[in-house]
Design a protein around this ligand. Structure first.
Ligand code: PRX
Length: 645
């Protein structure tokens, strides 16, 4: 039976910026007259020098991607200054603190400009120059966005590291992108708890000589230890600078930022985005994907440490001169109605969040939602992981009262912005299906041999031609970029996801087809967790797989062989769980550590992950062919000792 199709509620379909026929015309135009389409779209931005060419790229034999290469612009000007001129009194940011009893903050575009320009001058005082990499390790406070925009203003390249990552993860990222400057806060506040960011920074920097200057934003009581000559309070340096700081003219292809993301092998890679193409892509996808209107209040719940926080907290909304809300906390603090309380208090019109949050809130029933007036909402969005139809329906019916469209947006760190979605007002919705390609995007499903599949089909999701928001390289390792994304299927960008396509051209993401996990919308390589486990002195070998988890989407299941002479004990399980947390961060905490004396291997010594996955999923009746195993009895022992329900 095919999945049900839900029409857009008629009231929502009125007066949108893109109707179904507009979409068809514009989509066809974007592919047939690509150069013209993109040069027209470029008008969304202010250019110091208008580009005369749009795309100039190749996927084979070498990967070389350029967009608007003879254009010059400044991303900060486009997100801040031009609105400070046109709509100075419009609210740019509303800050909602973790503790609802604390004071929030608000910034108009004029105020945002002053804050960002001053921040940029502070960075200059510390010696940050054009092209320098600046690591930003911050909680969700407005200064995180100021820091990103300040980098863009002076041509520095930011590398935001999620505040939930451990000192080791922070150190690795600082070293990989050769960053001499770090912006952090003394602490972060999340769900009533304190995150010791500055302490983590001190621990990370004790293991690398790299960083020369640390700029510290005061969020806590100001008692954090400061290292003389290296650490500076923002408020101290800020007192000595003014808020007059010009925007540096940047080439369209100058780097804007690096963001680390996990792959199926090795350490996280620094995905690099450049200025013109990325900014245009986030500006355009925000405008169409959310049907943005001048009086909207946009609330994206993502942390700036992830790509969603880059594209739809920092850049996309501000490039459109939108008003948005930044939330410091979590959905269930002080109670599980916090999102809805925020929606009611501020009159949020568009909410953009992750399926994990929706599932967790759904588990608490309808009452916390219904307690609050949600009449301001006119659009709901999801991102980051596949959404199960049940959660989709709850989001649509309970949160949106059946009158609000839901957009399920598929994209990735590497794609810069939304690639597949329905457009609010234009397209029927299909719970669990992301929908149709964004303008300029030509998706393709291929089988495992790379053969293109036609019509309704299931296969590996690739993209045929380049688009402006595409990542340009992996920082310091272009060969890895080529290898990871362009070598599996020649001439195509391979996303790493599997997908289905229906007869209307809608896409449904079935999940990763590589060794990447998606835990609560956070992307993690199994290899990364395995490396962390084998660092422990008691561990000989580890194999990590995912399993379906009702709230998190996927859970982390670790099979671990201890060294000879080390006892298998619950205590060791706990120790290893804690060990992974401190090596990578709480997001990587294993759900299950399964200690075993042996792992199933082929006679040539290769671990049979397929079998480990099946056992973790409790699909032991369909283990498939085990005849190539060196020791089939290992499997029976693992099944008997399986962790979980
Ligand atoms: O597997 C897909 C999943 O998240 C991966 C990208 O993760 P990341 O780079 O961290 O970016 C997340 C936010 C854009 C994808 O390869 N994913 C993302 N959005 C969806 C999704 N899976 C299903 N449906 C989505 N809407």
């Amino acid at each position: 039976m095919s999945d049900p199709v839900i029409p857009v509620p008629p009231t929502a379909a009125k007066d949108t910026n893109c109707s179904a026929s507009d979409y068809r015309d514009l989509y066809n135009h974007s592919l047939e007259k690509s150069e013209r389409f993109w040069l027209d779209q470029a008008d969304r931005l202010d250019w110091i020098k208008r580009p005369t060419v749009a795309g100039n790229w190749s996927y084979a034999p070498k990967v070389d991607i350029k967009w608007f290469e003879d254009g010059q612009l400044n991303a900060c000007w486009n997100c801040v200054d031009r609105h400070a001129v046109a709509t100075p009194d419009k609210t740019a940011l509303i800050f909602e603190p973790d503790d609802p009893a604390s004071d929030g903050r608000r910034f108009t575009y004029a105020q945002l400009k002053d804050e960002v320009a001053r921040f940029a001058n502070v960075m200059k005082t510390l010696g940050v120059a054009r092209g320098d990499r600046v690591t930003i390790y911050m909680p969700m406070v407005p200064e995180a966005v100021f820091a990103m925009l300040a980098c863009a203003r002076i041509g520095a390249v930011h590398s935001v590291v999620f505040g939930g990552f451990s000192p080791h993860a922070l150190r690795d990222r600082i070293e990989d992108c050769e960053s001499d400057f770090l912006v952090t806060a003394d602490i972060g506040k999340r769900g009533g708890k304190t995150v010791p960011l500055k302490q983590n920074v001190d621990a990370a920097l004790s293991e690398t000589p790299r960083v020369k200057s640390v700029l510290v934003v005061q969020v806590g009581d100001g008692s954090a230890a400061m290292t003389d000559g290296r650490d500076h309070w923002l408020h101290d340096v800020s007192a000595g600078v003014d808020n007059d700081c010009p925007c540096a003219p940047m080439e369209a292809e100058d780097p804007l930022f690096i963001l680390y993301t996990s792959g199926s092998t090795g350490k996280p890679k620094g995905v690099l985005h450049t200025t013109g193409g990325y900014l245009l892509w986030t500006a355009m996808t925000f405008a169409y994907g959310f049907d943005h209107r001048d009086d909207d209040l946009f609330f994206c719940t993502a942390d700036v440490g992830w790509i969603t926080g880059h594209s739809y907290v920092a850049y996309g909304p501000l490039a459109n001169g939108a008003t948005q809300l930044i939330f410091e906390g979590v959905p269930n603090y002080p109670a599980n109605d916090r999102f809805w309380q925020i929606v009611e208090k501020h009159g949020v019109t568009i909410l953009y969040t992750a399926p994990t949050a929706i599932r967790a809130l759904m588990a608490d029933g309808d009452a916390p939602v219904k307690k609050h007036d949600r009449s301001s909402l006119r659009l709901l969005g999801t991102v980051g992981e596949p959404i199960n139809p049940e959660a989709w329906r709850w989001y649509s019916d309970t949160v949106g009262e059946g009158r609000v469209p839901v957009v399920d947006t598929w994209w990735q760190t590497e794609t810069g912005g939304i690639m597949l979605t329905t457009l609010p007002g234009a397209h029927d919705m299909k719970p669990g299906w992301a929908g149709l390609p964004m303008f300029g995007i030509e998706p393709l499903l291929v089988d495992n041999d790379g053969k293109p599949l036609e019509g309704a089909a299931e296969g590996n999701l690739c993209i045929r031609r380049s688009w402006p928001g595409q990542a340009r390289t992996v920082y310091g390792n272009h060969a890895r970029f080529e290898q990871t994304y362009f070598s599996t299927y020649e001439g195509l960008y391979f996303s790493g996801d599997g997908a289905k396509r229906d007869e209307h051209g809608y896409y449904r993401i079935t999940g990763r087809v590589d060794d990447v996990l998606n835990v609560s919308g956070h992307r993690m390589g199994t290899a990364e967790i395995e490396s962390a486990l084998v660092l422990h002195p008691d561990v000989a070998e580890a194999a990590v797989v995912g399993f379906p988890h009702s709230v998190k989407g996927q859970g982390i299941y670790c099979y671990v062989t201890p060294n000879a002479g080390v006892d298998i004990s619950e205590e060791l399980e706990q120790t290893l769980r804690q060990h992974v947390r401190s090596e990578i961060g709480p997001v990587a905490t294993p759900d299950h550590i399964h200690l075993t004396r042996a792992l199933p291997k082929t006679r040539s010594g290769k671990i049979m992950r397929r079998i480990l996955r099946k056992i973790a999923e409790n699909e032991t009746s369909s283990l498939g062919d085990t005849s190539t195993l060196a020791d089939p009895e290992v499997v029976d022992a693992l099944i008997a000792g399986r962790k979980g329900d």
